[in-house]
Design a protein around this ligand. Structure first.
Ligand code: CA
Length: 229
């Protein structure tokens, strides 16, 4: 769940923003002046900041630049005055967007979602989710190093997994046994390319329904192997 900090001294506005964002399952915290806003922004983890400009103690301009010195999360500036927008642009405070009062909660929500989406892509939040390769009935979880065939989990050794994962990640590409050996076992490894053949055989026994007609790893006679997409 994304966590948002609103720094806004007008409580009715802050509460309205909070209620609306919470309806969309955001976790929302409110600070009612610039000083406490800055303290919380620096001490806690937030995914996005919504900063009013006219604030007691520390104004939104200074707050924005001080948060930006140490945090990369999107900053949305809120202002009651149109000419503040030029100032936000001109000062290079590091704000990502600005919105003028009065605004509709749905407009705020749309912008929050857009910036969080962009930020997620930027920091690669999706990459932290397990990376799954799905090819027909074969499912490979690269992160957890698990393999399923038609819903049934198969146990592969480390090298079998590495080899299958390498081939499946590079489908429709023919690799020689030498290339596969270099990629999976490394140049300095003891052993020879016959190891590749043995491992391919074992992988096939685990993932192929019909060993005489492999549907995933094809043998390209005289060359090597190819993963069929
Ligand atoms: Ca204000």
């Amino acid at each position: 769940m994304s966590r948002i900090l609103i720094v806004e001294d007008e409580e009715s506005i802050a509460e309205l923003e909070k209620d609306y964002l919470e309806l969309s399952n955001f976790e929302v915290e409110i600070a009612t002046d610039g000083k406490s806003g800055l303290e919380r922004a620096l001490a806690e983890d937030f995914d996005l900041f919504i900063l009013d400009i006219m604030l007691p103690e520390i104004d939104g301009f200074e707050l924005c630049s001080r948060i930006r010195e140490v945090k990369d999360a999107p900053i949305l500036m809120v202002s009651a005055r149109k000419d503040d927008i030029d100032k936000i642009r001109g000062l290079g405070l590091g704000a990502d967007d600005y919105i003028t009062k009065p605004f509709s909660p749905s407009e705020l929500l749309a912008r929050v979602k857009a910036h969080l989406g962009r930020y997620d892509r930027l920091i690669g939040r999706q990459a932290r989710q397990n990376e799954i390769l799905q090819i027909r009935g074969l499912k490979i979880d690269s992160t957890a190093r698990r393999v399923w065939v038609n819903g049934e989990e198969k146990t592969l050794t480390n090298k079998e997994f590495d080899l299958l994962h390498f081939l499946a990640s590079n489908p429709n590409h023919v690799y020689t046994k030498e290339e596969l050996f270099r990629n999976i076992w490394g140049m300095e490894s003891v052993g020879d390319v016959a190891t590749v053949t043995v491992h391919i055989k074992k992988i096939r026994e685990k993932i192929e329904l019909n060993l005489s007609k492999p549907q995933y790893i094809e043998t390209i006679w005289g060359v090597g192997y190819r993963f069929r997409m």
